[in-house]
Design a protein around this ligand. Structure first.
Ligand SMILES: Cc1ncc(COP(=O)(O)O)c(C=O)c1O
Length: 442
C-alpha cells in the first residue's frame, strides 16, 4: 500500500469492489448508496445534466463518510429497542471541566451573539500562545503564527484546499483519518497513501513513496498519536519527517489532536518544537479530546506564518469565526485546566487495556495501542477474506457491538476494524462477552 496513489485529479483511482466500499445494508434501509450520485435513488430518474449528482466534481468523489454509515445502523437498532455498545465514532463520552462549562454559560449573555472576530479574539490567540509556550517551549506570535479553527478537522481540510490543486501531490498516512486523505482529494491533488502502523517507520515509508510520486509533491501530513492505528512517534521520527520535508521542499502538517493521549508520556512531542521547524511546519491542536469539548468545535493551527495566513485567507471567505462564548470557554480550558488532560489519558489507557484483554479472552488478539483513543484490530482470520464492512455489519447485527470498518480509513484499512474507546470498562467487558459468543458461533 505504501506510496500507492489514492486517486486525485489526473491520477488513477482504484475502484474497490462494491462490497468492500459499501456496507451490507438490511433490506429495510434500501440499496447501498455509493459516492454521491453513483446511482440515482430508486424511483427518481435523472432528467437534468446539471442536476445529475454524478457530475458534481467534488461531492461525487466522496464515498459515504464511514462514521455516518455506522451511525445509521446504530440509530436503527436503538429505535428498535436493541442494546448497542458503541465503539464507532471517537466521540468523547466524558464531560468537559466544570470551569469551562461555567465560562460558556456566563459568556452567553446579551451582546455576545453578533458575528465574532473572524480570526478569533486576541485574548484567545494569546491563551493559545501561552499554552504552547508552557507545554512545548515554543514561543508563537499570536498575531501571525496562530489561528483558531472550528475544530482541527475543518482547519486541516481548509488548509489543504488553500494550498493544493491539480498537479500537486499530498503524502498522507494510509490508513488515515478521513480528512487527511479527502482534504487532498477535495483540493484536486494527487493523494499518495503512505503505509503507517505498528512496527513501521512512517518517515522511511515517506521517503520511498517520494521516489514514486507522479505529481509534484507539495505537502506531507503526519499525525502522531495516530488515528486509526494508535501508533505514536518520538522526536527522532518527527525529525526524520521534517528532514524529508526539507529535502523535497514540502510543507509539513502535523495533526496533534491526540497530544495528551500518548500512553508512554505526559504529552506527545510537537513537530513544531523541532529546531527550524517553523520554516515549513504547521501543527494542529484540538480541544475536543484533551478537554472533552468535541461539541464546542474549537482547535487551532499554529506555526509557519505563510501557511497560517493562507488558512486565514481562505477561512475569511468561508466562515465568521468562533462563537464568542466558545472562545471564552476555550480560554478557561487552556489557561486554567492543565491537570485535566491527564485524567482523560488515564481513562483511555485503562479502557485500551480492558478492551485488549477482553478481546484476547474472546480469542481475538489485537495489539495494545501506544496512544490515541482507538484500538486497531486485524479482522479475525475466519473473516479476513470477507472484508471489514461485512464483518462490522455481521458483528453489529448479532451483538449490537458497533465498530468502524477499517475500509472507511482508506485502502490500507480493509482487513481491520477500529474500536473507539468511548465505552466505560464495565460495558467493554459485556461487549467482549458478546464478541466471544459471536466468534464461537461463526
Ligand atoms: C486525528 C484527528 N484529527 C482531528 C480530529 C477532529 O478534531 P476536531 O474535533 O478538533 O475537529 C479527529 C477526531 O476524531 C482526529 O482523530
Amino acid at each position: 500500500m505504501e506510496g500507492s496513489g489514492m486517486g486525485g485529479a489526473g491520477g488513477e483511482r482504484p475502484t474497490p469492489p462494491e462490497d468492500r466500499r459499501q456496507p451490507v445494508r438490511s433490506s429495510r434501509r434500501g440499496p447501498p448508496r455509493g459516492p454521491v450520485g453513483s446511482a440515482p435513488p430508486e424511483g427518481r430518474a435523472v432528467r437534468s445534466e446539471t442536476l445529475d449528482p454524478s457530475r458534481w466534481r467534488r461531492a461525487s468523489r466522496l464515498p459515504p463518510y464511514v462514521f455516518a454509515e455506522v451511525a445509521g445502523w446504530r440509530a436503527e437498532a436503538l429505535a428498535a429497542g436493541r442494546t448497542v455498545f458503541d465503539f464507532s465514532l471517537g466521540n468523547p463520552d466524558g464531560e468537559p471541566p466544570e470551569a469551562v462549562v461555567r465560562a460558556l454559560r456566563e459568556a452567553a449573555r446579551p451582546g455576545q451573539f453578533r458575528y465574532p472576530q473572524a480570526n478569533g479574539g486576541r485574548e484567545l490567540r494569546e491563551a493559545m500562545a501561552r499554552w504552547y509556550g508552557r507545554r512545548y517551549g515554543v514561543e508563537l506570535d499570536p498575531e501571525t503564527e496562530i489561528l483558531p479553527v472550528l475544530g482541527a478537522k475543518e482547519g486541516i481540510g481548509h488548509l489543504l484546499l488553500a494550498t493544493l490543486g491539480p498537479g500537486d501531490a499530498l503524502l498522507t498516512p494510509s490508513p488515515s483519518y478521513p480528512i487527511h486523505r479527502f482534504g487532498g482529494e477535495m483540493a484536486g491533488a494527487e493523494v499518495v497513501g503512505v503505509a503507517i502502523g505498528p512496527g513501521q517507520s512512517y518517515a522511511a515509508n515517506v521517503r520511498r513513496a517520494l521516489e514514486r510520486t507522479r505529481s509534484r509533491p507539495r505537502g506531507l501530513l503526519a499525525c502522531f498519536p495516530h488515528n486509526p492505528t494508535g501508533v505514536t512517534a518520538g522526536e527522532g521520527e518527527l525529525a526524520d519527517l521534517l528532514s524529508a520535508a526539507r529535502e523535497h521542499d514540502l510543507f509539513l502538517l502535523h495533526d496533534l489532536a491526540y497530544a495528551d493521549l500518548d500512553f508512554a508520556r505526559e504529552r506527545a512531542p510537537s513537530a513544531l518544537a523541532l529546531p527550524g521547524a517553523r520554516e515549513r511546519t504547521v501543527e494542529y491542536f484540538s480541544l475536543s479530546k484533551s478537554y472533552q469539548m468535541a461539541g464546542f468545535r474549537c482547535g487551532f493551527c499554529c506555526g509557519n506564518r505563510d501557511l497560517v495566513a493562507a488558512l486565514a485567507r481562505i477561512k475569511s471567505y468561508l466562515d465568521y469565526g468562533m462563537f464568542n462564548p466558545v472562545q471564552a470557554a476555550a480560554r478557561v480550558a487552556l489557561d486554567e485546566c492543565d491537570d485535566f488532560p491527564a485524567t482523560v489519558r488515564a481513562r483511555m489507557h485503562a479502557r485500551a487495556r480492558a478492551l485488549c484483554e477482553g478481546l484476547s479472552g474472546a480469542g481475538w488478539s489485537a495489539p495494545m495501542p501506544r496512544g490515541s483513543m482507538f484500538l486497531w484490530a486485524r479482522l479475525p482470520p475466519a473473516w479476513a477474506s470477507r472484508g471489514s464492512w461485512a464483518f462490522s455489519r455481521a458483528l453489529f447485527d448479532a451483538t449490537g457491538v458497533a465498530v468502524s470498518p477499517g475500509a472507511g480509513f482508506g485502502e490500507g484499512g480493509d482487513g481491520f476494524v477500529r474500536f473507539a474507546l468511548v465505552e466505560p470498562e464495565e460495558r467493554i467487558a459485556r461487549a467482549c462477552q458478546a464478541v466471544a459468543a459471536f466468534l464461537r458461533e461463526r
